[in-house]
Write a protein that binds this ligand. Structure first.
Ligand SMILES: [Zn+2]
Length: 398
């Protein structure tokens, strides 16, 4: 019994290794002396925690010469290559898959035409094979995977990672995505809806200084991801930000794919615009065709996309008053039409929102573009795996 409690005691002293790693995650190499000063830890405690992190390769030693001409001192730095992350952004009709390091550097990436309506087993089977091929390509072993992040184009219950009544994903309702993929690839799986991961990716990579950010995706559908106080706000069940089904006056005569009448998505999404164009005899199947037509100068398509910008802007104007973001980032296929869609959005938001809320508001296109999703899915995994509590568990389990 006594031995056991002593063993627990020594594990207890490793708790705190995660907090130490958190300090080193900025990439700067630091010596023992610097870390003692920074943390206030006793030298012996610090040594124990460094050893724990070294044994799991979360950090690596580097030699740094001391400028005063003394002996070179060992410094420690976060090891971004300690593990790899598998990430996927599965859209309605196309998918993007990546292998990244712990700093979201993309080591391998693939884009493919994959329809989500083929159902979960076929789609996830394809994803599993693709992940395995890409791991081989980057020269990594399965035991180097620290986690898998997946974005899906529909509502996902955050606690279970299961899709809930996703309108464009037949067969996926309640499907145990984390268990299915996790048991085959041997790593924890986190699932979220595609807009949430895009918001995470954009915030991490392009706008880390923004405390309050809204990421609006305009593609086949419309949705938004909310960063509040630098954290993703998912709401009670994970349904926050579903602005595509807010009622707008211009859509009152139109039935939405959700079954209701009057949804924003039914008039302003890529799918709605493509349908309108083809009804008027212009060949367009999806949002990418709409963008192609806009870029080619088709006046009907340009008018439609500007009007869609105004419709989305109308809903966002209320959201700006309610939430007071500092940045609105517009992504998704339709955002690739650039200024044409932003112009309509800005016009309505600046004229309809409160002056105090728009005083310092930036409205801009996504910097990451169609990579926002895979970067964000990787961020979701990295933040989970490198949370101090998870790191403490990884070193005490070793
Ligand atoms: Zn709807």
């Amino acid at each position: 019994m006594r031995m056991l409690s002593e063993a627990n005691g020594s594990n207890g002293s490793i708790a705190g290794a995660g907090a130490l790693l958190n300090i080193l995650r900025d990439g700067q190499a630091r010596t023992r002396a610097e870390l003692v000063q920074l943390t206030g830890l006793a030298r012996s405690t610090l040594a124990q925690r460094l050893d724990a992190l070294l044994s799991q390769q979360w950090i690596i030693p580097t030699e740094e010469a001391i400028s005063s001409g003394g002996r070179p001192a060992i410094a420690f730095t976060f090891n971004r290559t300690a593990r790899v992350v598998l990430s996927a952004d599965l859209g309605a009709t196309h998918a993007r898959v990546a292998v990244t390091d712990l700093g979201t550097t993309v080591l391998a990436e693939r884009a493919a035409e994959v329809s989500i309506d083929r159902g979960p087993e076929e789609t996830l089977g394809w994803l599993q094979r693709t992940f395995e091929e890409m791991l081989t390509e980057t020269g990594h072993r399965p035991d180097e995977i620290c986690g898998i992040g997946v974005g899906l184009p529909g509502p996902v219950e955050h606690s279970s990672g299961r899709p809930v009544n996703p309108p464009i994903m037949p067969g996926w309702d309640g499907f145990p995505v984390p268990e299915w993929l996790g048991s085959r690839l041997g790593a924890p799986v986190l699932v979220d809806n595609d807009v949430n991961i895009m918001a995470l990716g954009e915030h991490w990579a392009a706008r880390p200084e923004s405390d309050h950010l809204i990421f609006v995706k305009i593609g086949t559908g419309i949705g938004c991801g909310i960063i509040s106080d630098r954290r993703l706000h998912r709401g009670a069940q994970g349904a926050a930000g579903d602005i595509g089904h807010i009622r707008v006056a211009s859509a009152l005569g139109t039935v939405c794919r959700c079954g209701n009448v009057g949804c924003l998505e039914a008039v302003a999404s890529g799918a709605a615009m493509a349908a309108k164009l083809s009804a008027d005899g212009v060949e367009a199947e999806d949002s990418r065709d709409v963008v192609r037509l806009v870029r080619g100068g088709n006046t009907h398509a340009v008018q439609l996309i500007r009007q869609a910008g105004r419709e989305v802007g109308d809903v966002l104007a209320s959201i700006v008053n309610f939430f007071n973001p500092s940045v609105i980032v517009v992504g998704g296929d339709i955002s690739e039409a650039g200024e044409q869609v932003l112009a309509g959005l800005r016009e309505v938001i600046y004229s309809r929102s409160l002056p105090l809320a728009t005083q310092h508001l930036t409205i801009t296109a996504s910097e990451l573009g169609d990579r926002a999703g895979v970067i964000g899915a990787a961020v979701m995994v990295i933040e989970h795996v490198l949370a101090p509590g998870s790191v403490d568990r990884s070193v005490s389990a070793a």
